[in-house]
Design a protein around this ligand. Structure first.
Ligand SMILES: [Zn+2]
Length: 93
């Protein structure tokens, strides 16, 4: 089974980041466009947060579709804020 991977993107420039080897056991994710840099570990954690928040947003959007009205408005407003992530991935729609 072929493994499907997605590149980590810079949250600002939306371009794939470079993975740079700092030393034997430390890798860094760096944006070649804006120069933003973090350890690979931090970058992956940020991407994880991004995915979780987006999933939560999608679930709420789905609930709104199923139960139209203002019942979920107070929840959706919280999640419709624009979050800024240093690192993201392309999410399949
Ligand atoms: Zn960038």
């Amino acid at each position: 089974m072929p493994e499907k991977t997605k590149p980590i993107l810079c949250g600002k420039c939306r371009v794939p980041v470079e993975i740079v080897m700092l030393n034997e056991d430390r890798e860094s994710a760096r944006c070649g466009t804006c120069g933003m840099q973090a350890t690979l570990h931090e970058a992956i954690r940020t991407v994880g947060d991004y995915i979780v928040d987006n999933m939560a947003h999608q679930v709420i959007e789905d609930l709104k579709t199923r139960a139209p009205g203002d019942r979920f408005m107070h929840i959706s407003e919280r999640f419709s804020e624009v979050f800024q992530y240093d690192f993201v991935v392309e999410l399949s729609v």
